[in-house]
Design a protein around this ligand. Structure first.
Ligand code: ZN
Ligand code: ZN
Length: 288
């Protein structure tokens, strides 16, 4: 069976995210290691670390994943923001390492007033600087594909591949694929031919060994809309057929999966949405 989990809040401590994940029946968990809308972060104490690690072990939650701050823009043409983003990403990786988290997901960035080509080069240069400052860091950067809103980069797999190819240490960079973002960017999971070409692009452009995480989100907005709005599994435009193909694909189902769907309660079942979405995905993984 695939490893399936969800993004959880760290309010009250990192171990709280692990407990929340276990509560709804997750196998794995994603979290922010700091406030995702602030640059500053208070240091992680030894107690924070041991409570977190103990909770993972005790509750058998695997593959903890960190998501970096939304403020980071490694493609920023503004030098001050670009340097600040590099500093922030160094901190993100150090915090993940401290907590024993193997990967930090980051959105590649937006080129704003420059160009696509320039933005892609800046992201690679930023990653090189980050790596030079952390020569022995085990925690790795995962570039997440985006929906392609505005000037955000990484909506097509070729852009992610180009960034990685430009890095001095490409083996230190992986990828996280968000199903909603890919769909909004024009990759169709729903139909046999759309699914085949999406999977073929993942394999030939990125390669399976680079894809270390999947974000499992349905999309409120249509195929190719370039708008990022997450929906509950089977309740959006990707629908049950798309997720059935993903859950039954022999390579995709081996990658840890994380829900980033709205919290709250499903009025139909009275259950927390995470419980409902996990069950939907597990049923699809078992289906013929
Ligand atoms: Zn993300
Ligand atoms: Zn995502």
């Amino acid at each position: 069976m695939p490893l399936i989990g969800a993004h959880m809040s760290i309010a009250g401590g990192y171990y709280k995210a692990v407990e929340a994940a276990a509560e709804v029946g997750c196998d794995c968990v994603q979290l922010f290691t700091k406030n995702n809308n602030q640059w500053r972060a208070k240091p992680i104490s030894d107690t924070d670390v041991s409570l977190f690690r103990d909770a993972l072990k005790r509750l058998e939650i695997q593959a903890p994943l960190s998501h970096a701050s939304y403020l980071i823009n490694l493609a920023a043409p503004d030098r001050a923001l670009w340097l600040k983003s590099i500093d922030a990403m160094v901190v993100e990786l150090e915090r993940a390492e401290r907590l024993g988290i193997a990967h930090v997901v980051v959105h590649p960035g937006a080129y704003t007033t420059s160009s696509e080509a320039r933005g892609i080069r800046k992201i690679a240069w930023a990653i090189d600087r980050i790596h030079r400052r952390l020569p022995r860091c085990q925690a790795q950067i995962l570039l997440e594909n985006t929906a392609g809103q505005g000037t955000t980069l990484g909506w097509c797999f070729e852009q992610l591949a180009r960034v990685i190819d430009l890095c001095r240490e490409p083996e230190r960079v992986g990828v996280c694929i968000d199903t909603c973002h890919a769909f909004a960017a024009g990759y169709d999971w729903r139909t046999p031919s759309g699914f085949r070409s999406t999977v073929e692009a993942l394999e030939s452009v990125l390669g399976w060994e680079r894809i270390a995480a999947l974000h499992m989100n349905d999309s409120l907005k249509p195929l190719g809309s370039r708008v990022d709005r997450h929906a509950h599994i089977g309740h959006g435009e990707i629908g049950v057929d798309g997720f059935r193909r993903i859950m039954r694909h022999r390579r995709l189902r081996r990658i840890p999966m994380y829900l980033e769907t709205p919290k709250s309660t499903d009025p139909e079942t009275g259950q927390p949405w995470d419980v409902v979405n996990l069950e939907t995905l597990r049923n699809l993984a078992r289906s013929k």
